[in-house]
Design a protein around this ligand. Sequence first.
Ligand SMILES: Cc1cc2nc3c(=O)[nH]c(=O)nc-3n(C[C@H](O)[C@H](O)[C@H](O)COP(=O)(O)OP(=O)(O)OC[C@H]3O[C@@H](n4cnc5c(N)ncnc54)[C@H](O)[C@@H]3O)c2cc1C
Length: 271
Amino acid sequence: MPVSVKTYAGVEEAARALSASRSARFFGGGTLVMRALNEGTQAFDTVIRVTDPALRQVKPEGDRLTIGAGVTMAAVLANRDLAFLHPVARSIGGPAVRTMATIGGNLFAACPYGDFTVALLALDGAVTIAGGGRALNLDDFLKVRDREPRVIVTSVTITRPRDAQAFRFHKVSRIKPKGISVLSIAAHLPQSGGRVNNARVAYGAMGPTPLRVTGVERALEGRSLDASGIAPALAAATERLDPPTDALASSWYRREVAPVHLRRLLLNQAG
Ligand SMILES: Cc1cc2nc3c(=O)[nH]c(=O)nc-3n(C[C@H](O)[C@H](O)[C@H](O)COP(=O)(O)OP(=O)(O)OC[C@H]3O[C@@H](n4cnc5c(N)ncnc54)[C@H](O)[C@@H]3O)c2cc1C
């Protein structure tokens, strides 16, 4: 199928073009869009690109940080303000993929992809959408994501962890260092007086999209991060989850190993 490429200088103009056409798809870094085009499996005949540099900016604002949707994994790795996200970016694909893959595209990547989004979710991410600057909790956005293929996300705003220990990420894959996820876990665990206060924990590859594990978050509240303190959280590790079965792992396997990896992450033993 012939495909036309339309390039816009401004996001708003591009957003109007995207929402007006059912057969158009936004192009971030193209690691998934180009693969669909090369394999001829795409259901679109128009690709929309934006050159606006604002999409590639990173802006610290107090204890929050806004990352443009066009920021690539390689750009994350080159930015010292984003040092806490370096292990996450480094876990995605190989160098060629990281050079192109954007954080905006990661929000839409189908399971078991979406590792970066898992981290953004644990950091209380909020997405901004072109066309009036609508902002949505990332959590809510992911629930409707697949019904909104014709919007452009312009940025994601996250909480900056207070210290290096407060944010943790662990990806389980069969091929290291760059395999696809059996599962990934991210946690933001601020503490006061040795007790967890306002925990956020998210999983990847444990459902159709990255998801927050609110049962685990509640069980961690006010607890210390030691073996007895985390026991209730481990008991809630797979509550109400229905992980997928795919070529990497069965649903049963994912349920079995999730508490093991959550334990390692909470005790800071994940490698
Ligand atoms: C070899 C290989 C290895 C990979 N390994 C991993 C991995 O380890 N972990 C992982 O998470 N992913 C992995 N991926 C998947 C993918 O590269 C990443 O998820 C990447 O972040 C997708 O971003 P992109 O900019 O390339 O998306 P694109 O291909 O440009 O777009 C993907 C989808 O997102 C939409 N989209 C992109 N940007 C926006 C935006 N700003 N607003 C609205 N819609 C948008 C597009 O329309 C499209 O539907 C891998 C891919 C390949 C090919």
